[in-house]
Each structure stands twice: as C-alpha cells, then as structure tokens.
Design a protein around this ligand. Structure first.
Ligand code: XBP
Ligand code: MG
Length: 227
C-alpha cells in the first residue's frame, strides 16, 4: 500500500515555468544582455534541469561568458517577488488530492529541482503561511549534487520518510521528473504541463490531464487504487 505522496513543484503544483521564463528574461535585460527566451526556446532549454545550469548551458551555446550565479540570483529575486504578489495559483485538483491524502493518513512530501525559497514562497502564497508544515519533508535542488533526471532528490526524500520507493506515489509533470521518480523506485502519475506536454512519458504508471477528480469516488477506483 501507498504510505506517502511525493510532489514535484514546477509544472506539477503550479504552472510556474512561464513565470520562471519571464524572470530569466528580466534578469538578462537588467544585466544588459540581449538574450530573450521565448516559449518555444524555453521548452527546449528545460531539458537542462536547474536555472543556473540552464543559463550556463545557454552561454556555451551562444559562446558568451556570463556571471551565471548573479543572473540566477536576480532571477530568483524577481520570481519570488511575483509569487508573493500572488502571480500563480495551484493547478486544478492539487489541493483536493492534498486534502484526500491527509484524510487517508498518508504522508506528504516534496522533491524539486528549484530552490527552497521558491518552494516556500509558492506554498505560502497558494496554501497559506502554515502550508510548509503539511509536508513531512521538502528536498530541493540545493540539497543534491545531481539534479533530475538523477534520482538523488527523491532518494533523499525517501530516506527522510524512512520509506521504500514502492511505498510512495510520485506526482510529476516532466520526463526529467519521471526518470528521477522511477529511478528512485516510485510509481508515478504524470500531469503534463504547459511546457512538458510534448515530452515522452513512457514508463509512467498513469497520465492524467490534471489532478481534478473526486479522489474518493467509486467511479475513479481504477485510478485511486494507487492510493
Ligand atoms: C524545474 C526546473 C527548475 C525551474 C527553475 O524542474 O528545472 O530549474 O525551471 O527553477 P522540476 P530554478 O520541476 O523537474 O523539479 O531557477 O530555481 O532552478
Ligand atoms: Mg516539474
């Protein structure tokens, strides 16, 4: 039986990637760079997990030396400011699944590539100041050496929970996330997001448009049997 639900953040809890994209572009402009990542280019660049790593990969492609740490720090500041102003809502069904999991006594956890400050801002602005306490553990890109698709972040989550992958269900939106989740032995539901819907999700246990379904109703037993 499933003992915990482990959530990714970007693209899964919320459609955050377009806000990340705009924050990158604003940081580039403020630093006098003429780079502009449009949606099509950003979808391609998301293959590199991690914002700082994405900037470095793009600087190699453009053969242009930049201060990736400074560009990324400013991007994080701008992104957080927008999140705290309420720029982003949860995806449909996320809150319902969290409520359902709590009623069933399941643990909740988070494993993400982004930074802790970004996760905290998103949780607090969407679910309230106490929201981080709903999660037994929150592991981020700052806690690992290798970001997704490496399973390191999810292995850390499992070790914090003291559970095996087979006892957890992961909710992800991307191929990189799916590979990380499967690599740690978790069953995985994919809810494709705006920027990941073209990706290959073979290996997923289930692909759903979003999480908006009555998790407790008999009609959905084939799906809910996972939890
Ligand atoms: C999301 C990412 C992140 C975000 C930006 O991956 O790859 O890099 O795009 O956040 P996932 P940062 O949803 O698979 O965890 O700039 O803070 O990295
Ligand atoms: Mg994601």
């Amino acid at each position: 039986p499933i003992r915990a639900i482990v959530f990714d953040v970007d693209g899964t809890l919320s459609e955050t990637e377009d806000l990340h994209r705009r924050a990158f572009n604003q940081s580039f402009a403020e630093h006098g760079l003429s780079w502009n990542w449009d949606s099509a280019l950003y979808a391609e660049l998301l293959a590199v997990a991690g914002g700082r790593e994405r900037i470095i990969a793009y600087s190699h492609r453009m053969q242009c030396q930049v201060d990736a740490a400074a560009l990324h720090a400013r991007k994080t500041y701008l992104y957080n400011r927008a999140i705290r102003e309420g720029a982003i809502a949860l995806r449909p069904g996320v809150e319902g699944l969290i409520d359902h999991a709590r009623r069933k006594g399941l643990l909740l956890a988070i494993g993400t590539t982004t930074s802790r400050v970004n996760v905290m801002s998103l949780l607090q602005s969407t679910l309230g100041d106490e929201a981080p306490r709903l999660f037994a553990t929150i592991r981020t890109g700052e806690d690992v050496k290798a970001k997704k698709p490496d399973p390191e972040v999810y292995r850390l989550v499992l070790s914090d929970l003291d559970l095996e992958g087979s006892q957890c269900l992961c909710i992800e939106d991307s191929r990189n996330g799916l590979l990380a989740a499967r690599g740690s032995g978790m069953r995985t539901i994919i809810t494709p997001s705006q920027f990941s819907c073209h990706e290959d999700f073979s290996g997923a246990d289930l692909i759903l448009r979003n999480l908006a379904m009555p998790w407790s109703s008999a009609e959905f037993r084939p799906y809910t049997s996972l939890i």
